[in-house]
Design a protein around this ligand. Structure first.
Ligand SMILES: NC(=O)c1ccc[n+]([C@@H]2O[C@H](COP(=O)([O-])OP(=O)(O)OC[C@H]3O[C@@H](n4cnc5c(N)ncnc54)[C@H](OP(=O)(O)O)[C@@H]3O)[C@@H](O)[C@H]2O)c1
Length: 255
């Protein structure tokens, strides 16, 4: 695959879909120059696999970033900026997220708020703080239109957050998770409208039901297969894709 983008940042990249994104990005025939692999606890036991990978690839920079903690996000911006040496950030992938298994009987206020904080407030804060670097990348590009190689925001959402199609796959309510992903979809649509003039592409993507800690062993899709699909979709995006929700095979999902 040709170069997807010169610089890419992934949140929640120490396990699951995030870690596999970093693995496949670095293994591309034309890999990005900088991969900012962020996670909330890089020095803890859950950061081990990411550090092992980064030790083999100098283009991977492991950066601490807890999505709902504004000072952590600001500190991450400063580190990313120091590597970019005056250039912009091309691609921001908001992947970090948490799930819930609540019903109307079991749902708790604190769980709802915590899920919203990570799945909705977090991505907004991350975009807000990295926006100057994304705008810089868009301005630097000598191409017309939108693409991931120029400047883009990808929100890893879920079909479960789609009001139109989210009950085709599963009937469980999962109030906090579904509502948070529906909100993230709206955030994506708002960003697409607001950032159109800056030629920053914004989409939400559903990775499929994937075998990760979140998706569990019961999921039909391997993480390798899902991420291969996601990267193919990202490479194909253009101005006409902005403001949409797509699945890992590039199919449109209605909000
Ligand atoms: N797996 C599926 O079937 C599926 C389906 C649809 C959508 N998705 C979406 O895909 C994304 C990745 O899911 P996954 O399956 O890879 O989940 P996962 O295996 O549970 O990994 C979640 C990642 O998010 C990180 N994270 C959680 N809270 C964070 C925070 N506050 N700040 C920074 N990082 C945080 C975790 O870090 P720690 O290790 O520190 O906890 C971990 O790296 C999520 O947004 C999820 O909603 C997944």
């Amino acid at each position: 695959m040709a170069v997807l983008a010169r610089s890419i940042l992934v949140t929640g990249s120490n396990r699951g879909i995030g870690l596999e994104l970093v693995k496949q990005l670095v293994e591309m025939s034309d890999p990005p120059e900088h991969i900012f692999a962020t996670c909330r606890d890089p020095d803890g036991p859950r950061g081990r696999a990411l550090h092992d990978l980064a030790d083999k690839h100098p283009s991977i920079h492991v950066v601490q970033l807890e999505v709902e903690n504004q000072s952590s996000v600001k500190a991450a911006v400063a580190i990313v900026q120091s590597y970019l040496e005056g250039k912009g950030l091309n691609l921001l992938i908001n992947n970090a997220g948490v799930d819930t298994y609540d019903t109307l009987q079991t749902v708790e206020q604190q769980e709802m708020l915590c899920t919203f904080n990570i799945n909705v407030v977090g991505p907004i804060l991350v975009v807000k703080e990295f926006l100057p670097l994304l705008k810089r990348a868009a301005k630097e590009a000598e191409t017309e239109g939108m693409s991931c190689s120029k400047a883009a925001i990808i929100n890893i959402s879920s079909k479960l957050g789609s009001i139109a199609q989210g009950f085709e796959v599963m009937l469980d309510p999962f109030y906090a998770y579904r509502a948070s992903k529906a909100a993230l979809n709206m955030v994506t649509a708002c960003l697409a409208v607001e950032l159109k003039g800056d030629e920053i592409l914004c989409i939400a993507i559903h990775p499929g039901w994937v075998k990760t800690d979140m998706g569990t062993e019961k999921a039909p899709l391997t993480v390798q297969h899902s991420v291969q699909g996601i990267l193919k979709v990202l490479a194909s995006l253009s101005s006409s894709s902005t403001g949409t929700l797509l699945d890992w095979e590039g199919r449109r999902i209605f909000w």
